[in-house]
Design a protein around this ligand. Structure first.
Ligand code: HEC
Length: 110
């Protein structure tokens, strides 16, 4: 339970109600492409009025594991056109290019 007195279940009901969520991520949302972890943290921040979990934290890993497991057997339905196209193209370039340092990648993005 959060300080706002709510849990994920307060809005979403039982976990099974989110069984289709994972197949849609990463997805474009509110001006940028976000992954499943960012989506969960957005709910924590905006709706539960608490701070998001850190990447690799046991909580976020466990929640992502739960949501991914619930989606097992479903087809991936990630959209790569429209506003998500630029992100998709950058991913393709990273995949095709020789290994680079994180710094050089960040320089290219800024
Ligand atoms: C006060 C209500 C509320 C609470 C509490 C809440 N959410 Fe959400 N959640 C929403 C709404 C509304 C959406 C639809 C997107 C939006 O408008 O932000 C959503 C969307 C999502 C999605 C994306 C579903 C999809 O199919 O794309 C996930 C995953 C999710 N929430 C997970 C969580 C988790 C995990 C928690 C607890 C940490 C949580 N939510 C708490 C209201 C809530």
């Amino acid at each position: 339970m959060s300080e706002a007195g709510k849990s994920c279940q307060s809005c979403h009901g039982p976990p099974l109600n989110l069984s289709a969520a994972a197949v849609h991520y990463p997805r474009y949302s509110d001006g940028r492409v976000i992954n499943l972890e960012q989506r969960s943290n957005r709910c924590r921040n905006e709706y539960l009025k608490t701070t998001g979990w850190a990447y690799e934290s046991p909580e976020l890993l466990a929640l992502t594991r739960l949501l991914s497991h619930l989606a097992k057997g479903r087809s991936v339905e990630v959209t790569v056109d429209g506003p998500a196209a630029a992100s998709f193209e950058r991913g393709k370039q990273f995949f095709l290019s020789a290994p680079r340092t994180v710094e050089s990648i960040l320089r290219q993005l800024s």
